[in-house]
Design a protein around this ligand. Structure first.
Ligand code: ADP
Length: 541
């Protein structure tokens, strides 16, 4: 059976792995975001909900406009649980559109021009979406991808009651916590995109965890979250909505501002931003600039880093500049309602690498072997999530849904999501991230986690970044190739030194065949290290 090994594990080990050592339990959200938002909007109608450039909109304005637009969606024939594509620039209209879709009982699908047209059109078609909401700037784009579907202007919410059909609250069928809330395109490894479906309960559970772990709870109207991610990225959703649970505001930061880190810092300070989130590559750029020219970060009280492994070196540099501002390493995946684990750091960890932390409330994390059996504490295995975070699967894709979303042997009736990531529990109940399943190799029968080698390389003084790839092209025997960058202004360790350092830490079969220093590691569009490109580079080396 799938848990045949449980008998070999101590009760503590089983409990740890099924619940996480943190034991953080919270009530499972029995509401939707819009339920909670409606209460907040009634309580603080005049508080600022959204800021963009030099404009501000109150909860009353946001709520009113979203109500009217929801009415327009219902007039246009939107039925409960039907998908609405939203093609609007990041700004107030976008916020109105997202809220209106939910108020009308619909499912949000980002369809902004950040997503390639072919993929957006495919997602609309796959979702059975019948309606697209577009702002003026995206109208032509929306018509192009809509392929005959009705395109409704977001501006409809600006006029009075549309269609005279009465307030939407009277007509809509309210979404329930277990209903779908949004759809996201994720890239499949085969290149064929998947459309992940997430539920309201998973969304709200994640939002509450962000509120708690990023210190938004006590801030009320003072809570200001920087909305920096494009709509094509699921993290854009919590940045938009989490502050609206506590009476705070979301501050939409334009892409042009983000491209210039000085301008970004200025906006953080001038906008009174208290909470922000970046990917590690952006943190690196930010730190390099602030090390050259120190500045304060105004009201910032918490910075989250997400999307790929957070290097210890960045954490050290952060606390050297900002010892009083916690860093939150946020780990998760689109399929499980965004982040499922947080590591709240108040100083650099002593482990030599940065753990991904502990499970969020109502999230269960397992580390399992290839038969989905629990492993002893500390053994590397696949990271698997269960609980309220687990989404519905991939739209119209039973086969890939069945592969990734499997029955949870420890919680009858529940489904769990196989991340394809590898990790291991640390003795204190935190999780170490060890890389992707497709980065797992067997060399001469030994199973190797590339992330483990990278973590050890990063612990070598003078190494700033490290990426290890498998070169299968060179010969019949796959070999490991390491790339690294050095600390600015310091002598970078040479290949011999790295080989010697690693040999002292890991078995010989885990020591790469060659080491190559680069000025910087290549990045993908999302700011993640481009391993595919590195693998291609490794061949001829
Ligand atoms: P996200 O929008 O959070 O990046 P994706 O679904 O695009 O979500 O990618 C999820 C994958 O990104 C994870 O399975 C993991 O491989 C990687 N990842 C995300 N956050 C982290 C993190 N904090 N540390 C290490 N890897 C991460």
């Amino acid at each position: 059976g799938p848990h045949h090994r449980v008998g070999l594990l101590s009760e503590r080990e089983v409990a740890t792995q099924v619940y996480g050592l943190s034991g953080r339990r919270a009530e499972r959200p029995d509401a939707t975001f819009t339920d909670v938002f409606a209460r907040v909007a009634r309580r603080v109608p005049d508080a600022v909900a959204v800021r963009h450039r030099d404009r501000a909109w109150t909860y009353g304005e946001l709520d009113g406009r979203a109500d009217r637009l929801a009415g327009a969606l219902l007039d246009a024939g939107l039925g409960p649980g039907e998908t609405v594509g939203v093609a609007a620039e990041r700004g107030f209209d976008w916020a109105v559109a997202v809220l209106a879709v939910w108020k009308a009982g619909g499912v949000y699908l980002p369809a902004c021009a950040d997503v390639p047209a072919g993929r957006a059109a495919a997602a609309l078609a796959a979702s059975g979406c019948g309606l697209v909401l577009a702002d003026e700037r995206n109208d032509a784009w929306a018509r192009r991808i809509a392929a005959g579907r009705r395109v409704l202007p977001v501006e409809d919410g600006r006029r009075g009651t549309v269609g005279g059909g009465g307030a939407p609250a009277d007509r809509r069928v309210p979404a329930r916590p277990r209903d779908a809330a949004y759809l996201y395109l994720t890239s499949g490894s085969s290149g064929r995109p998947k459309v992940a479906v997430c539920e309201h309960a998973g969304l709200l559970n994640h939002l509450y965890a962000k509120v708690e772990d990023m210190g938004l709870a006590g801030e009320g109207a003072g809570a200001v979250v920087a909305q920096t991610a494009s709509q094509g990225f699921d993290i854009s959703l919590w940045q938009l909505t989490a502050p609206l649970l506590v009476g705070g505001s979301t501050r939409i930061v334009d892409a042009e501002v983000l491209r210039d880190v000085d301008a970004f810092v200025t906006e953080i300070v001038a906008g009174g931003v208290t909470v922000a989130q970046v990917v590690p590559s952006y943190l690196e750029v930010l730190l390099t600039r602030l090390e050259q020219e120190p500045r304060t970060l105004g009201a910032l009280r918490s910075l989250s880093v997400t999307g790929e492994p957070l290097r210890q070196e960045l954490v050290r540099r952060w606390f050297a500049l900002f010892p009083g501002i916690p860093l939150v390493n946020a780990y998760g995946a689109t399929e499980v309602s965004d982040d499922t684990m947080h590591e709240v750091l108040t100083r650099p960890p002593e482990t030599g690498f940065v753990p991904v932390g502990r499970p969020l409330p109502n999230v269960h994390v397992y580390v399992l072997d290839e038969h989905l059996a629990l492993l002893p504490l500390g053994a590397p295995g696949e990271i698997i999530f269960s609980g309220v975070c687990v989404g519905r699967g991939y739209l119209n894709d039973e086969e890939r849904t069945r592969q990734a979303f499997v029955p949870d042997p420890f919680r009858p009736g529940a489904r769990m999501y196989r991340t394809g990531d590898f990790g291991r529990w640390l003795p204190d109940g935190r999780l170490e991230f060890l890389g992707r399943r497709d980065e797992q190799v067997r060399l001469r029968g030994f199973r190797i986690e590339l992330g483990e080698i990278e973590n050890r390389l990063l612990a070598v003084p003078g190494v700033r970044e490290a990426a290890v790839v498998i070169d299968r092209a060179a010969s019949a025997h796959p070999r490991l190739v390491a790339f690294h960058t050095g600390q600015p202004g310091a002598a970078a360790p040479g290949a011999e030194e790295l080989r010697a350092e690693l040999s002292a830490e890991v078995p010989a079969y885990m020591v790469p065949a060659s080491f190559h220093r680069l000025d910087r590691l290549p990045l993908t569009g999302n700011g993640k290290v481009d391993k595919r490109l590195l693998t291609r580079l490794a061949g001829p080396l």
